[in-house]
Design a protein around this ligand. Sequence first.
Ligand code: FMN
Length: 187
Amino acid sequence: MSDTLSDIRARYACRAFSDQPVPAATLHTIAEAGLHAPSAVNRQPWRVIAVTNRDAIAALETAGLAALKATDATMYERIQGRGGKLLYNAQAIIVVAEEPLDGPFPAALDVGIVASHVALAATSLGVNCVIAALPGFAFSGPDGPALRDLFHFPEGYRFGISILLGYAAGAPGTPHEIDLAKLIEIA
Ligand SMILES: Cc1cc2nc3c(=O)[nH]c(=O)nc-3n(C[C@H](O)[C@H](O)[C@H](O)COP(=O)(O)O)c2cc1C
């Protein structure tokens, strides 16, 4: 395990995973880190769904690509240009299902913090990842109801975010350059 600041600096969006599986205990630890996320009024408006089942992952890949093609041709072409895999051969996926709470504390904020916890926990354990919203198209397409069942969404919950996990195929990527012009310090 490494220290938090190093993990924050080292994390990058991995878009090509090898066939090496993520050990069950490692995935459990990563998923549990998501549950430690803070949430407004401690509502915890989420389910953290950790998936290694190959059939479920394949179903998400197929439904997601089909839904993307039907609704966002530009993004679909972008994925095709990156090798045509929506899930990049991820060996494990954490889907965060979101309780539909809007208003002053939208659940999406809480879900985003879960994603960050998961991504940093993965990095600290040497697991690569990418936070991914595009797989969400699968849940609003024609296969949505079946997928929500397959992924055990509670009634009324919607797709919040996903984190694709595995070990990088080939050379690891590099973190993005930070833009210090976006930092405002008022002393
Ligand atoms: C909310 C959110 C949704 C994202 N969705 C996708 C996605 O669907 N597919 C993808 O390849 N990357 C996705 N990304 C990854 C971003 O493109 C990536 O984080 C960004 O380009 C910065 O690169 P870095 O993560 O390497 O720092 C998403 C990131 C965030 C935070």
